[in-house]
Design a protein around this ligand. Structure first.
Ligand SMILES: Nc1ncnc2c1ncn2[C@@H]1O[C@H](COP(=O)(O)OP(=O)(O)OP(=O)(O)O)[C@@H](O)[C@H]1O
Ligand SMILES: [Mg+2]
Length: 233
């Protein structure tokens, strides 16, 4: 039984068919890593799975139904925090606005999640007082506090300096070990190798190959995957 499923999803932007019938599912506790060239539709697919956009054809389902607010968490490349709000307020606002929790309770839960990502002592800081790695961990806490059934990450470490990649990768690896269901667009092959249940290659709006990481990286079947891996490595 899959947690999150895209079934024959098609998306057009103007006269460009960005997703050309994508079928894909994640089972509980699986971590799927998506790679592929710029413009192949990776972010568009994640936005569909997060229901930030609606498909022109096909369906996205969470446990067989339409996902509700906060049930699919999303973390973006550029953090997307509210700049005029502290780390704590960024994390608790969904609990207050969407889940309708009382402020005190929301604050307790938000602090617990900031602690989980190692940021308890930074709760009162604004995003521009935090490093990129810290901001990204706030963004992760903000998604997690909603108790999502699945977490989506769109190139979560690619805007970070190399030393900061590790702290975000550590948080993601821990989440994976704890059994979170995850879909991650990333060209961090080390993460993919260590954590992924399978790696997917996207090209021109299609998933062209999916395989466990050892197989995917050492013996890719598709010509397109071979060419892409050669280019990236
Ligand atoms: N809101 C939009 N309006 C019009 N075109 C869009 C929109 N979003 C994406 N596109 C186009 O859809 C195609 C796929 O974009 P998408 O962002 O999904 O690619 P991607 O695989 O995530 O690329 P990258 O690796 O550069 O992030 C691109 O040609 C892009 O220009
Ligand atoms: Mg993208």
């Amino acid at each position: 039984m899959s947690v999150l499923k895209a079934d024959d999803v098609v998306k057009w932007y103007g006269d460009l068919e960005v997703l050309r019938g994508v079928t894909f599912e994640v089972e509980p506790g699986q971590v799927k890593v998506i790679i592929g060239p710029s413009g192949s539709g990776k972010s568009t697919l994640l936005r569909m799975l997060a229901t930030l956009e609606t498909p022109d054809r096909g369906t996205v389902t969470l446990e067989g139904r339409a996902p509700g607010p906060g049930e699919v968490g999303m973390v973006f490349q550029r953090f997307n925090l509210f700049q005029n709000m502290t780390a704590l307020d960024n994390v608790m606002c969904g609990l207050v606005e969407v889940r309708r929790l009382k402020k005190d309770e929301a604050k307790d839960q938000a602090l617990a999640f900031l602690t989980r990502v190692g940021l308890a002592e930074h709760a009162a800081k604004y995003p521009d007082e935090l490093s990129g790695g810290q901001q990204q961990r706030v963004a992760i806490a903000r998604a997690l506090v909603m108790k999502p059934k699945a977490m989506l990450f769109d190139e979560p470490t690619s805007a970070l300096d190399i030393e900061l990649v590790r702290e975000v990768r550590d948080v993601m690896e821990r989440l994976a070990r704890e059994g979170m269901t995850m879909v991650v667009v990333s060209h961090d092959f080390r993460f993919a190798n260590d954590v992924a249940s399978s790696v997917l290659m996207m090209d021109e709006g299609r998933i062209v190959e999916e395989a466990p990481p050892d197989e995917f990286f050492s013996a890719p079947k598709e010509e397109r995957t071979k060419r892409f891996l050669a280019l990236v490595e």
